[in-house]
Design a protein around this ligand. Structure first.
Ligand code: NAP
Length: 279
């Protein structure tokens, strides 16, 4: 199959590596000529160009640019595609992307491979990034079944677990497990930084161990990632944040009132609830 990848970064590059290894012919388009050259030199793609015209022969195109670049990229890309070309994207937020692309290209399937790293760019792309990870597809009523089947088969060939849902359902789910944790973790780091006694703060920084490392990890990432989540998944994220604030208020109340029974019930509930997550 001729596969097009637009945006040769972490996700686009990693897809290209795996799909080329499977024998597909991989055509890559990226913004910078150096990235295209690097992708060719490292054998990540068969051909690469900064010109979207390279996508003319692709049967399936994966749109792998940052979310902010997707709308403009799609406008520039569509005139080059043959009508049978299946277009899919890998964006971490789905409703906005699907709302934008589906009316413009009927053969479009929204997608989100749930794999990643803190770093970005082609340098950190790697083989096998998607193995055993979830790959969410968000077809809507008008999405052709054959297009969904083709993208699902490609995702399965990467050894992903494929899930299907509405774009809005995806965004609400990732708000809970991906976007809210970033804001909670960032708030934890910011709250610690408010400690007025420098001796206490310095000691806390020296004593910090695995618990703080785990809970502060996602809040200590690049600001761009958090801004992307807040900007493109604003409504869903705000709902989860408000629910989280309610939980914090209840915990404060229980501790203020020495209500250890209620606190014990709460922590027993969360201990059991955590086992339901398929990490
Ligand atoms: P990334 O490593 O920064 O890769 C994006 C690449 O797109 C850049 O390396 C850049 O390449 C290229 N690019 C930027 N603007 C472009 C444009 N206008 N036209 C063509 N290429 C352009 O980012 P990523 O982490 O792979 O994320 C890409 C997409 O995957 C995003 O939509 C994100 O939501 C989604 N996603 C990310 C993760 C994650 O954990 N990172 C996980 C799942 C999905 P050059 O400038 O070097 O040419």
């Amino acid at each position: 199959m001729y596969i097009g990848i637009v945006g040769l970064g972490l996700i686009g590059g990693s897809l290209a590596i795996d799909l080329r290894q499977q024998g597909h012919r991989v055509l890559g388009v990226s913004r910078r000529a150096e990235t295209c050259q690097q992708a060719i030199d490292q054998g990540i793609v068969d051909e690469a160009s900064t010109d979207l015209g390279l996508m003319a022969t692709a049967q399936v195109v994966f749109l792998c640019t940052p979310l902010a670049a997707m709308a403009t990229t799609v406008d520039q890309l569509l005139p080059h595609l043959s009508p049978a070309t299946i277009l899919t994207d890998v964006g971490s937020v789905k409703a906005l992307v699907v709302d934008w692309i589906a009316p413009r290209w009927s053969n479009f399937v929204g997608g989100h491979p749930m794999a990643g790293k803190a770093e970005s760019g082609l340098d950190v792309a790697e083989a096998g990034l998607f193995v055993d990870r979830a790959y969410v597809l968000t077809p809507i009523e008008t999405t052709p079944a054959a297009a969904v089947e083709t993208v699902a088969a490609l995702a399965q060939s990467l050894q992903c677990r494929v899930y299907y849902c509405q774009p809005e359902t995806h965004d609400r789910a990732v708000a809970w497990i991906s976007h809210l944790p970033v804001m909670v973790s960032a708030s934890l780091i910011a709250a610690c930084a408010q400690e007025p006694d420098l001796t206490v703060l310095t000691l806390a920084q020296k004593l910090a161990s695995s618990g703080f490392r785990d809970t502060s990890r996602v809040g200590g990432g690049t600001p761009e990632l958090g801004i992307m989540m807040a900007r493109y998944n604003q409504a869903a994220l705000l709902k989860t944040l408000s629910s989280y604030r309610q939980q914090l208020d209840q915990i404060i109340q229980e501790i203020e009132q020495n209500n250890w029974v209620a606190l014990e019930q709460r922590l027993s509930f969360t201990q059991a609830e955590r086992t339901k997550y398929e990490f």
